[in-house]
Design a protein around this ligand. Structure first.
Ligand code: 13P
Length: 252
């Protein structure tokens, strides 16, 4: 039996934080750490920062990406940004389906599916976020929710396209709450997601998908999460804003 070795991918999600100059000095400080880790390091930055961040990271191993996009290529959509614009601005990846976008901006799985297709079409590696709310967790609905989110947001995605996708399990109750999922909870959810993907695309393609965990990841809990067999990376919010804590996390 062959064992798939998946890369470790650690991504900081800066949300609506940092100015251009703050971002550039952060990236300059992170470069030496990124060159010493075996993990692939990415930063999902605000749109306004993309070109400067991409320039600051250009001779390093740090990948720069965005946190959202519009699914369409172009058009009369005031205030929106397309995948093509993101690659043009220096992004190599994008996040779709973050729970803050689902909850605060009413994004549905159908919308996330369109965004995923638009992102892949533009050549962006795409991180698709899924995860249950506290209420769903307490009601024992974790697997039902994850299965529905995977089936609907990945509708029509081919095995070939899957190669450019990262799945991020971010339980909503763990985001920004300091209530990190235990390594066992994360592993169980990740294993389940992989099984759902295996039913859809087959075991071998599913084994190759990088699954990140996100939700109150800190320097002191990152290692125990990454030790789990199906936890292949981390999506880090608050702790990615400080160079001290993020560089500790990527060094693990
Ligand atoms: P925190 O790490 O701040 O909980 O945020 C997680 C997150 O939303 C990453 O996308």
């Amino acid at each position: 039996m062959s064992v798939t070795v998946r890369p470790t991918v650690i991504t900081g999600n800066w949300k609506m934080y940092k100015t251009i100059s703050e971002a550039v000095s952060f990236i300059e400080g992170l470069i030496p750490f990124a060159s010493k880790t075996h993990a692939e390091v990415g930063l999902a930055v605000p749109f306004t920062i993309l070109p400067s961040a991409a320039k600051a990271a250009q001779n390093s191993l740090i990948k720069v990406g965005a946190q959202n996009l519009n699914a369409e290529k172009e058009g009369a959509f005031t205030g929106e940004i397309s995948g093509r614009m993101l690659t043009d601005a220096g992004a190599s990846f994008v996040i779709v389906g973050h729970s803050e976008r689902r909850r605060l901006f009413h994004e549905t799985d159908a919308m996330i599916n369109k965004k995923l297709k638009g992102a892949l079409h533009a050549g962006l590696r795409t991180i698709v976020c899924i995860g249950e709310t506290l209420e769903e967790h307490q009601q024992g609905k974790v697997q039902t929710v994850l299965q529905k989110q995977i089936e609907q947001s990945f509708e029509g995605i081919t095995e070939e396209q899957l190669k450019n996708v990262i799945l991020a399990y971010e339980p909503v109750w763990a985001i920004g709450t300091n209530q990190t999922a235990t390594p066992e909870i994360a592993q169980k959810a990740h294993r389940f997601c992989r099984e759902v993907m295996a039913r859809k695309w087959g075991e071998i393609p599913a084994e190759k998908v990088v699954i990140q965990y996100g939700g109150s990841v800190k320097a002191d809990n990152a290692a125990s999460l990454l030790e789990q067999a199906d936890v292949d990376g981390l999506l880090v919010g608050g702790a990615s804003l400080s160079l001290d804590s993020f560089s500790k996390i990527i060094r693990l």
